[in-house]
Ligand binder design. Structure first.
Ligand SMILES: NC(=O)c1ccc[n+]([C@@H]2O[C@H](COP(=O)([O-])OP(=O)(O)OC[C@H]3O[C@@H](n4cnc5c(N)ncnc54)[C@H](OP(=O)(O)O)[C@@H]3O)[C@@H](O)[C@H]2O)c1
Length: 286
């Protein structure tokens, strides 16, 4: 299952996360995290021009490493970016010869640039990048990407609460249309690890659902992180599962969880959890 893990790097370049008390990791920790990932067979990194120091830190690691990661990065967030400049800057910063996947950072950004994609495909594919993707949030956005053959990779949130009940139908349609599916928010930005009385006020309505997850985990003698990770990894429709972290020990823990599959009957209990207000599951609205 480890081959499905894509290491997210926003946490390596910015002070980020709903439960992050340790801040931006040191250069040494970033180096150790990337080295551990490589040693254990993680081959892809998810990054972005907008993730602070992340691309530079990947580049620093690559300058000393014998093997380089496959880099999935995102164009700048500004609406009027120049694709050629943005892409070449990411290549330079990450110290690779070409990108594995270049993604639009949002559906809105994709729409703004949609008419430039054929030109960008003709001039850049197999030279500057291998694939084009879009990072999306909603099922409505994903639906609008189904028929765009230039877009082969889609990334969106999927986890114990933003689960098969919310995403199952669109996941099937994406796979029927040949898309490579990457999911993020596996740990809901770390919220699954927060003690009940420390959940931020605006996210309190999620507390009963997190309690329900805790009870499914504890009645099966599992840690919640193990359940969260395997819920994503064991989904056959998902090709890549992004995970974020700030500490080498978290990566080691996650690698250990990835090695131990769970009984499908446990995962099926999660599909019955239904959060009616889906806005609460979208970290960009927090
Ligand atoms: N629009 C976009 O394209 C977009 C948006 C957001 C993120 N991303 C990508 O997705 C990646 C993942 O970010 P995410 O928001 O989806 O995060 P996530 O994977 O849902 O959660 C990451 C957080 O979970 C906690 N965690 C991880 N492993 C742990 C462990 N073993 N024990 C305890 N806590 C643990 C850490 O929080 P603590 O701070 O509590 O340690 C970590 O920062 C990012 O790095 C980025 O590459 C993309």
């Amino acid at each position: 299952m480890i081959e499905k893990i894509i290491l997210g790097t926003v946490q390596l370049g910015l002070n980020y996360g709903v439960n992050n008390t340790s801040g931006l990791p040191s250069k040494t920790d970033v180096h150790n995290i990337l080295a551990i990932a490589q040693e254990h067979g993680i081959t892809q990194l998810d990054t972005a021009a907008a993730y602070g120091e992340a691309e530079n830190r990947i580049g620093e690691f690559h300058s000393q490493a014998s093997i380089k990661f496959d880099i999935n990065t995102k164009f700048e967030k500004e609406n009027n970016f120049d694709w050629n400049i943005s892409l070449k800057q990411s290549i330079t910063r990450t110290e690779v010869s070409r990108l594995h996947t270049i993604m639009f950072h949002s559906f809105e950004s994709y729409l703004n640039k949609k008419n430039e994609i054929p030109d960008f495909w003709d001039r850049g594919r197999n030279i500057l990048f291998d694939k084009i993707g879009v990072s999306a949030y909603t099922n409505e956005e994903l639906e609008k990407l189904l028929d765009d053959d230039f877009i082969s990779v889609v990334q969106f949130p999927f986890n114990l609460l933003d689960n098969n009940y919310q995403r199952g139908a669109i996941l099937n349609r994406l796979k029927d249309n040949g898309k490579e599916v990457h999911t993020r928010s596996c740990f809901l930005q770390g919220l699954f690890f927060v003690e009940e009385n420390s959940i931020p006020v605006k996210l309190r309505p999620l507390a009963p659902y997190i309690k329900e997850i805790s009870s499914i985990a504890s009645s099966n003698n599992l840690e919640i992180g193990h359940l969260a990770l395997q819920y994503c990894l064991q989904n056959k429709l998902i090709d890549g599962v992004l995970i974020g972290l700030e500490k080498p020990e978290q990566l080691i823990q996650n690698i250990n969880w990835s090695l131990s599959r769970l009984d499908e009957s446990i995962l099926n209990q999660i599909d019955a959890l239904v959060v009616p207000n889906i806005e609460l599951l979208n970290p960009s609205k927090w």
